[in-house]
Design a protein around this ligand. Structure first.
Ligand code: SAH
Ligand code: SF4
Length: 312
């Protein structure tokens, strides 16, 4: 049903500010409209919660029986981040990632928004959103962008674009489109290898292009938006964690607008965590590259990066 004008404002307030979970509570709306909304837009979310310290993972059952996962990380009293999924599984099949083992479909806008609604209603309103759950955001481009509008809208979640980040495994067309979006959403690129030969072994998507091609579109993004780009680099023992790899990586990064975020590998398959995280970080910093290390969370409940695969 199409809702416009002041009615739309009312409905947005009910959904995103009052956080109602039952249309019967929407007493400001006419009865007939409530009945229609009950039919067209059910508010109930079918989910299960798993907790590990300050991390909560929700497994949501969708209408078609698919399951997706979303994670709330409560950093402190001021900051809480929701890690959102955008696909059921992922078609890109990176060999280190549990999500990439299967793929079913893209998520609808309401299925993306539902993940943030769930935590807002029953736990805590997030201050930050990262599209770093299951799936590749730039393969579900339109729905991800529409969801961001709702997250951003002051009548809805009112989360600033600068508090929202998208991570891509390097979908070149998506990065090009994103460069022309008029918003301040942050961009992260999952690089994970400093040369084509290794990257193609780890991430099948990179078989179709070179790191040089990827960096060209990133350069264009930086030039047009004047925004920084975060390169994510997963450290896997004896695979991509030597000082030679650090040197190669440092030569790819343009200062000061390229940053590196080192991700300790979370066990999902045959690989092992690298013992060289500190050494790797020190090397990059010595080369003048702003480098961070991803905070580790949620291992006990398989909620950490790359572990989301609904094995429950
Ligand atoms: N598909 C997008 C968005 C998902 S983000 C992308 O890949 O960027 C998920 C992040 O977790 C990515 O940086 C991904 O590379 C990383 N990741 C995947 N498997 C992981 C693992 N086993 N341990 C740690 N991080 C992992
Ligand atoms: Fe997909 Fe990202 Fe996992 Fe690769 S790392 S399989 S792109 S979710």
């Amino acid at each position: 049903m199409k809702i416009e004008g002041y009615r739309l404002k009312q409905v947005q307030r009910l959904l995103y500010k009052d956080l109602i979970d039952d249309w019967d509570k929407a007493t400001v709306l006419p009865l007939e409209m409530r009945e229609e909304l009950k039919e067209s837009s059910p508010l109930k979310i079918d989910y299960k919660i798993f907790e590990d310290g300050n991390t909560k993972k929700a497994v949501i059952n969708l209408k078609d029986g698919s399951k997706i996962e979303t994670v709330l990380m409560e950093h402190d009293s001021k900051r809480a981040t929701v890690c959102v999924s955008c696909q059921v599984g992922c078609p890109l099949g990176c060999i280190f990632c549990a999500t990439g083992k299967s793929f079913k479909r893209n998520l609808e806008i309401d299925e993306i928004i539902q993940q943030v609604l769930l935590f807002s209603r029953y736990y805590r309103k997030p201050t930050n959103i990262v599209f770093m759950g299951m799936g590749e955001p730039f393969l579900n481009y339109e729905n991800v962008m529409e969801s961001i509008k709702i997250l951003n809208d002051s009548n809805c979640f009112n989360i600033g674009a600068r508090k929202i980040s998208i991570s891509t495994a390097g979908v070149i067309d998506g990065i090009k489109k994103f460069t022309n979006e008029d918003n301040q959403v942050n961009l992260s690129i999952s690089l994970h290898a400093p040369n084509d030969e290794l990257r193609r072994k780890l991430m099948p998507i990179s078989k179709g292009y070179t790191i040089k091609d990827l960096l060209e579109v990133v350069d264009d993004y930086i030039l047009k938006t004047k925004r920084r780009v975060m390169f994510e680099y997963l450290l896997i023992k004896n695979i991509n964690d030597s000082m030679d790899h650090a040197k190669e990586l440092s030569q790819l990064m343009r200062k000061p607008l390229c940053m590196v975020n080192l991700i300790p590998y979370n066990s999902t398959s045959g690989f092992k965590k690298s013992p060289n995280v500190k050494q790797f970080k020190d090397y990059l910093e010595k080369k003048g590259i702003f480098t961070t290390q991803r905070y580790e969370f949620g291992h006990k409940i398989d909620a950490a990066c790359g572990q989301l695969a609904n094995r429950i």
